[in-house]
Design a protein around this ligand. Structure first.
Ligand SMILES: Nc1ncnc2c1ncn2[C@@H]1O[C@H](COP(=O)(O)OP(=O)(O)OP(=O)(O)O)[C@@H](O)[C@H]1O
Length: 245
C-alpha cells in the first residue's frame, strides 16, 4: 500500500475582516491608534482533515471563497493555520498565484535564478537545467526582457517551467494553468501526466472541471471552509456539479 505523504489534521484558518472602510494608510494608522477599527472574525477553513497517499492527485473543488487557495497556501507553508496541524513528506513544489516569487524589474533569465534559489535549487543545478527551462517556457528572446513587460500567460509559462524541472514529489498547483493558452495548457498537462508514472502527488485547484477531471483521481469539496465530501473524482465532481446548478 502506498504511504501517506500528506496528513492534514483539523486545520482551521481564521482571518480578521475589517468591518469599516478605510481609504488610505494615514486613516488606517489613526483609526488603529484610536482603536476605532473593528474586526469580525471569519473562518476561511474549519476543521479540515484528510490524508493523501503517494501518487494520489487531489482536485480541490468549491465555489468562490470556499477556502481552496487558503488550504493550498497553508500546505505550501505560506500561511500558518490558526488551528490544527499538517505534515508532508518529500519535496513540495508550490505554484501558487501568478508571479509569486518573481521580481518584475528583473529579466526572465534573472528570475530563473531568483525563483530557482527560492525553491532550493543550487546555482550549478540551475545552470545545468537552464536550456531546458527556457525551451519549455517558449519565451524565446523575451527571456532577456524584464518581467514587468510579460503577459500573465508568459509569467505562468516561466513559473511552470522552473517549478517542474525538478520532478517534485508533491506538486501544488493553484489556477496556474488558467491563463496559459490552449497549446501551453496541453503541454503542461502532458508534463504533469509524464510525472504520474513516477508517483508524483498533486494538489490541484482550477475552476475548469474538465481539467481537474483529466489530472486528478480523487477530489475533496469545500463549502464555506468546511470539507463536505472526499472521494473519487467522479463522485465528488458529480456532487460539485449538482451544487453549481
Ligand atoms: N489574507 C486574507 N485576509 C482576510 N480574508 C481572507 C484572506 N485570504 C482569504 N480570505 C478570505 O477567505 C475566504 C476563502 O478564500 P480563498 O481564496 O481560499 O477561496 P477560494 O476557494 O480559493 O476562492 P476562489 O475560487 O474565488 O479563488 C474568502 O472569503 C476570502 O475573502
Amino acid at each position: 500500500m502506498n504511504k501517506v505523504v500528506i496528513d492534514v489534521k483539523n486545520i482551521g484558518m481564521r482571518f480578521n475582516m475589517s468591518t469599516q472602510k478605510v481609504d488610505n494608510l494615514k486613516e488606517y494608522v489613526i483609526k488603529t491608534i484610536k482603536k476605532e477599527i473593528k474586526y469580525n472574525e471569519f473562518w476561511a477553513l474549519k476543521d479540515v482533515s484528510f490524508q493523501l497517499k503517494k501518487g494520489e492527485r487531489l482536485g480541490i473543488l468549491g465555489l468562490n471563497g470556499a477556502g481552496k487557495s487558503t488550504l493550498l497556501k497553508i500546505l505550501a507553508g505560506v500561511l500558518k493555520p490558526t488551528e490544527g496541524s499538517y505534515s508532508a513528506t518529500g519535496r513540495i513544489v508550490p505554484l501558487l498565484e501568478l508571479g509569486a516569487g518573481f521580481e518584475k524589474q528583473y529579466t526572465g533569465l534573472e528570475n530563473i535564478y531568483l525563483y530557482g534559489t527560492m525553491l532550493g535549487y543550487s546555482r550549478d543545478f540551475i545552470n545545468e537545467k537552464l536550456n531546458e527551462i527556457v525551451e519549455f517556457s517558449e519565451l524565446g528572446d523575451f527571456i532577456n526582457v524584464p518581467l514587468k513587460n510579460y503577459s500573465s500567460g508568459m509569467k505562468s509559462r516561466l513559473g511552470f517551467a522552473i517549478a517542474t524541472v525538478v520532478e517534485p514529489d508533491i506538486l501544488i498547483l493553484d489556477e496556474v494553468l488558467a491563463v496559459g493558452d490552449a497549446k501551453f495548457k496541453k503541454k503542461c498537462e502532458k508534463k504533469i501526466n509524464s510525472m504520474f508514472d513516477k508517483g508524483i502527488t498533486v494538489l490541484f485547484v482550477s475552476h475548469s472541471l474538465p481539467q481537474v477531471q483529466r489530472i486528478c483521481n480523487r477530489a475533496i469539496l469545500l463549502e464555506k471552509g468546511k470539507l463536505i465530501a472526499d472521494g473519487s473524482i467522479e463522485e465528488v465532481s458529480a456532487l460539485y456539479e449538482e451544487k453549481t446548478k
